[in-house]
Design a protein around this ligand. Structure first.
Ligand code: ANZ
Ligand code: ZN
Length: 813
C-alpha cells in the first residue's frame, strides 16, 4: 500500500464536498435542528493556531451532532470593522477597506483548508453594506424605543494629536498617546449609549442556559449588584448629598465623607483657602482610569474640600474630602467614610489623621478601640455607639438601620449596579455610521428605515488629522432632515464593533435578506443557538452585549425566547513550545499553514484535539504532532494492508467487538463533554487492540469489518479527509459525513470477566480475574486456592468465607 500522503487526498475531498454542497444547512422540519456557532474571526491577515484550536474541535463536535441525526448549521463569517484596520492602513498606506477585504480573501482560503463543515453560503461580513444596513436598523429600533440615548461622556483625548483615542491607543502608567507619547486628558463629548442597565437584573439569571461557571461569575461581577441603602446627608450650604452604602448599620460610625473628583458638588463645597489644592488634585485624578484609581494596593490620596456635611442620623458635622478612590461612575459618586469598618476608609483616615469610631463589636473579638486598631474590622457584630440601634445583633442591624432612616425620611433601602450603559459611539472611520441626523429644528432624528444603509464613504481622509474622519468629508455629513426637510447634519461617529457582533448569529440565518434582518422561517427553525464555542476573554463584553441585545429585541418583538445561546463552551489557549503566549516578538509563533503543509489538516486537527484538554490548552509540542501524524499513518496501513485470518476467530472476534463497543460508548460521551483528548486517545488505544487482533489472525472477519466501519465513523469528526478516503476505498457509499453515528451494542461491550478482590480478615491480599457468571462455590474455591491467601492462612482452616457477588471474597481466619 502506498504511504499516507495527506496532500493527495485533502484538497480533493474539500473540492468534492464543496461541489456537492455537502455541508449546506437548509431547513428540514423532519429533523431536529442544531445550531452550532463558533466565534467569528477578526480579519487580521492570517489565521493563527488559536483559530484552529477554537474552530476545529468545534467543527468535530458539530460533525458528531450531525452524525447523531441532527440537522446541523455551522456558519462562518468575519467581524470586519474595527480599529486594527485603520492602524494597519495608516502604517501601510492602504485603504482600511482594501486591507480588510484582502485579509478576508486570504483567510477564507485558510479556513477552507481546515476541512470544516462551514456552510459558506451563509457567510456574513459585518463591513458589507448589506450587513451594516441591519446593524443600523437595530440601532434605529433601539433609539425609537428609548433604549438608545445621547449623553455627555468623557473620552480619552490627546491634546497634541488633537484626537480622541481608543482604549487600545492609550499606554502606560502615565496614560500616554501611542503615537506622540503625550499624556492623554479626558474630554467630554456627546455620545450614544444603549440602556443595558434596564436588563441588569435579568442578565444576572442564568437558569435557562448551560454556560461555564467562570463566565457566569464574570458576568455577575461585571453587573455588580449591591444591596444597601441610599442616605441623604446635607451640606452646610443646604445641598442634599446622597451616598450609597451597603452598610447603613454603620451610619453612626461616619467620621468624614468623600466625593469623587468629578462630583458636581466639589466646586460648591470647596472653600477659597482649599481651592488651589483641590483644583490641582481634580485635574490629575480625572486623567487616570478607573482601574488605576480602584487598585487597592495604591497609596490613598485626597484633599480636604474645606466644607462640611450633616449626618442625618445624629446631626453630626463631618468634614468632606475629595479623593480618587471614590468613583463618579458608581453609586452616587460620594461615600460616607466609616474607617472602623471599611478598609479603604481606614487607610484614608490613618493617612490623613481622621477619627476612627467603632460602631460594630464582633462577638468573638476583644473590645475594639478606634485609636489603636491596626486594620478595619468589616465583620458582623453587635451594634454599639449608635444611639437607637445599640445592642442590635449583627444579623438584624442593616434591616433595622433601613427602617430607621426610612422612618426619619432621610434615606431608603436601595440597590445599585456596577454595570453602566453601553457606550457605542466611536470617533473612528472604519465602522458602521450611526444612522442619525441632527436637525436644528427637530433635534436628533433617526434615519428612516427605507434610507438605510447610511453608506460609509470610501473617499475619506482616514490618516490621523485630529478629527473624526467622517466629519472632514467635504459633503457626506450635509443632508436634509427626514422630518422637516430642512438643512441638517449627519452624526459622524461610527458604532462600536461589539454592536455588529451582537447579532451576527442572526445574520447567518439569511445573509443579505432584503426586507428584514433575517428570514422569519429561518429564525423560527434555527434559533436559539444550541452550542456556542469561543474564548473566555469574551465573557463580559461580547457575551453580555449579545444577551442584552437578544432580550431588548425580544421585548420589541423581533427575537423570541429569553436567551440567544443555550450552551457555551470555552477553549483554552495554545502557547508556544516555550510555554509563553505566542507572539511575533518572542518568535514562538506556530503557523498553522506550515503545519498543514508538513502534516496535513487531519493531523493538525487530531493533534489539537489529542494534545490538550480543550478547555485548558497548553504549550505546542512539535514531537506530539508527529505522534498524531503517525497515528493516522497507522490507521491508513493497518486498515488497508492484508492480514491473515485464523481458523477459529471466535475469541478474537468477541474481544474485538467488546473493545469496539466500549470505545464507541466512551467516545460518544467524550464528544458531548468536549473532552476531545480522550476521544482521540480512545481511538488510538482501539487501534492498538485492532493491530494485535489482526496479528493474531482476527483480520477480515465480520467483527473486523464492523470494527473498521465503526472506527472510521468515530474518526470522521476528528479527521474528516482520511476517513472519507478510506471509507471510499472500502467501497462504502459517499459520504461518510452523511452516515449515522454507529449504534452501540451493550451486550457486545459487556465484560465477560471481572476482577475479584481477595481479603483475609478484611485486608486485601490478592486479586483474581474470573468469569462474570462464576458461582459462589467456585469463587470461594478459587479464593482458597490463591497462593497469597494460603500463605496468609499458614495451614490453618478458615473460620468463615464470605462472598460478595461480583466484588470480593473475605476469609475470616
Ligand atoms: C459605608 C461602609 C461601611 C461601606 C462599611 C462599606 C463597609 P460594593 O459592595 O462594591 O457595592 N462606595 C459606594 N460608592 C462608591 C464609589 N462611587 N466609589 C468607591 N466606593 C464606593 O461597595 C459598596 C460600598 O463601597 C459602599 O458601602 C461604600 O462604602 C463604597 F463598613 O459605605 B460603604
Ligand atoms: Zn428637522
Amino acid at each position: 500500500i502506498e504511504r499516507y500522503i495527506p496532500a493527495n487526498i485533502e484538497s480533493k475531498w474539500q473540492k468534492r464536498w464543496e461541489e456537492d454542497g455537502l455541508y449546506h444547512a437548509d431547513i428540514d422540519k423532519s429533523k431536529k435542528k442544531y445550531y452550532a456557532l463558533t466565534m467569528l474571526p477578526y480579519p487580521s491577515g492570517n489565521l493563527h493556531i488559536g483559530h484552529w484550536y477554537a474552530m476545529t474541535p468545534s467543527d468535530a463536535h458539530a460533525r458528531f451532532k450531525r452524525m447523531q441525526g441532527y440537522n446541523v448549521m455551522f456558519p462562518m463569517g468575519f467581524d470586519a470593522f474595527g480599529l486594527p484596520a485603520e492602524n494597519a492602513a495608516i502604517q501601510r498606506n492602504i485603504h482600511p477597506k482594501e486591507w480588510t477585504y484582502d485579509n478576508i480573501a486570504n483567510m477564507r482560503k485558510q479556513l477552507r483548508s481546515m476541512g470544516a463543515m462551514f456552510d459558506w453560503r451563509r457567510e456574513a461580513v459585518s463591513a458589507d453594506p448589506e450587513y451594516y444596513r441591519w446593524s443600523q436598523w437595530f440601532f434605529v429600533q433601539l433609539m425609537k424605543n428609548n433604549l438608545a440615548y445621547r449623553k455627555m461622556s468623557p473620552v480619552d483625548w490627546c491634546p497634541n494629536c488633537n484626537t480622541t483615542l481608543a482604549r487600545e491607543q492609550v499606554w502606560g502608567e502615565d496614560r500616554h498617546c501611542e503615537r506622540c507619547k503625550t499624556p492623554v486628558i479626558k474630554k467630554d463629548l456627546n455620545q450614544w449609549f444603549f440602556k443595558i442597565t434596564n436588563y441588569a437584573d435579568e442578565l444576572l439569571k442564568f437558569d435557562q442556559i448551560d454556560w461555564p461557571e467562570p463566565v457566569e461569575l464574570l458576568q455577575t461581577n461585571w453587573i455588580g449588584k449591591s444591596k444597601g441603602a441610599s442616605v441623604v446627608f446635607t451640606t452646610e450650604q443646604g445641598d442634599p448629598l446622597e451616598v450609597f452604602t451597603t452598610r447603613p448599620d454603620t451610619l453612626w460610625g461616619v467620621t468624614f465623607m468623600v466625593l469623587a473628583p468629578e462630583h458636581p458638588l466639589v466646586e460648591k463645597l470647596t472653600t477659597p483657602e482649599q481651592k488651589a489644592e483641590v483644583d490641582a488634585y481634580v485635574n490629575e485624578a480625572v486623567r487616570q482610569t478607573e482601574i488605576q484609581r480602584e487598585a487597592t494596593d495604591k497609596e490613598k490620596s485626597g484633599v480636604f474640600s474645606g466644607g462640611y456635611a450633616i449626618n442625618p442620623v445624629n446631626g453630626e458635622r463631618v468634614p468632606v474630602w475629595v479623593a480618587d478612590y471614590v468613583l463618579m461612575t458608581y453609586g452616587t459618586g460620594a461615600i460616607m467614610g466609616v474607617p472602623a469598618h471599611d478598609q479603604r476608609d481606614f487607610d484614608f483616615a490613618r493617612k490623613f489623621g481622621l477619627d476612627v469610631r467603632v460602631v460594630i463589636q464582633p462577638d468573638d473579638m476583644e473590645k475594639l478601640d478606634g485609636a489603636t486598631m491596626p486594620t478595619a474590622v468589616p465583620a458582623e457584630g453587635t451594634v454599639v455607639n449608635s444611639g437607637p440601634l445599640n445592642g442590635t445583633p449583627g444579623a438584624e442591624a442593616i434591616g433595622k438601620a433601613i427602617e430607621f432612616i426610612e422612618a426619619k425620611g432621610v434615606g431608603k433601602g436601595a440597590v445599585t449596579y456596577r454595570i453602566r450603559d453601553w457606550l457605542i459611539s466611536r470617533q473612528r472611520y472604519w465602522g458602521a455610521p450611526i444612522p442619525v441626523v441632527f436637525c436644528p429644528k427637530c433635534g436628533a432624528v433617526p434615519v428612516p428605515e427605507d434610507q438605510l444603509p447610511v453608506m460609509l464613504p470610501d473617499d475619506v481622509e482616514w490618516r490621523p488629522t485630529g478629527e473624526s474622519p467622517l466629519k472632514l468629508h467635504p459633503t457626506w455629513r450635509f443632508t436634509t432632515c427626514p422630518v422637516c426637510g430642512g438643512e441638517a447634519e449627519r452624526e459622524t461617529d461610527t458604532m462600536d464593533t461589539f454592536m455588529c457582533s451582537s447579532w451576527y448569529h442572526l445574520a447567518y440565518l439569511s445573509p443579505k435578506n432584503p426586507d428584514w434582518p433575517f428570514k422569519q422561517d429561518e429564525y423560527d427553525y434555527w434559533m436559539p443557538v444550541d452550542c456556542y464555542t469561543g474564548g473566555v476573554e469574551h465573557a463580559t463584553m461580547h457575551l453580555i452585549y449579545t444577551r442584552f441585545f437578544h432580550k431588548a429585541f425580544r421585548d420589541l418583538g423581533v427575537t423570541k425566547g429569553d436567551e440567544p445561546m443555550l450552551q457555551l463552551r470555552n477553549q483554552g489557549q495554545i502557547l508556544g513550545p516555550d510555554g509563553q503566549r505566542m507572539s511575533k516578538s518572542r518568535g514562538n509563533v506556530v503557523d498553522p499553514d506550515e503545519q498543514v503543509r508538513l502534516y496535513g489538516a487531519d493531523t493538525v486537527r487530531s493533534y489539537l484535539m489529542f494534545g490538550y484538554r480543550w478547555q485548558i490548552g497548553g504549550p505546542w509540542d512539535p514531537g506530539n504532532i508527529q505522534g498524531s501524524h503517525r497515528w493516522l499513518g497507522r490507521v491508513w496501513s493497518i486498515f488497508q494492508e492484508e492480514g491473515k485470518t485464523a481458523k477459529d476467530t471466535k475469541a478474537l472476534d468477541r474481544k474485538l467487538r467488546r473493545k469496539v463497543h466500549q470505545t464507541l460508548k466512551s467516545v460518544g460521551t467524550d464528544f458531548e463533554r468536549f473532552e476531545f483528548n480522550t476521544v482521540v486517545s480512545a481511538l488510538m488505544e482501539l487501534l492498538n487492540e485492532m493491530a494485535a487482533i489482526k496479528d493474531a489472525g482476527g483480520w477480515n472477519t465480520p467483527a473486523w469489518n464492523e470494527a473498521v466501519d465503526i472506527y472510521l465513523r468515530m474518526m470522521a469528526p476528528v479527521a474528516p479527509h482520511i476517513s472519507e478516503e478510506l471509507w471510499a476505498r472500502f467501497g462504502k457509499p459517499y459520504s461518510i459525513h452523511q452516515q449515522p453515528w454507529p449504534e452501540y451494542d451493550e451486550a457486545a461491550a459487556a465484560e465477560d470477566e471481572i476482577e475479584l478482590v481477595l481479603q483475609v480478615n478484611g485486608k486485601v491480599r490478592d486479586k483474581i480475574v474470573v468469569a462474570v457468571d462464576i458461582t459462589e462455590a467456585q469463587a470461594k474455591e478459587l479464593a482458597l486456592a490463591s497462593e497469597a491467601i494460603q500463605k496468609q492462612l499458614d495451614g490453618k482452616a478458615p473460620r468463615k468465607v464470605i462472598y460478595v457477588p461480583g466484588r470480593l471474597v473475605n476469609i475470616v481466619g
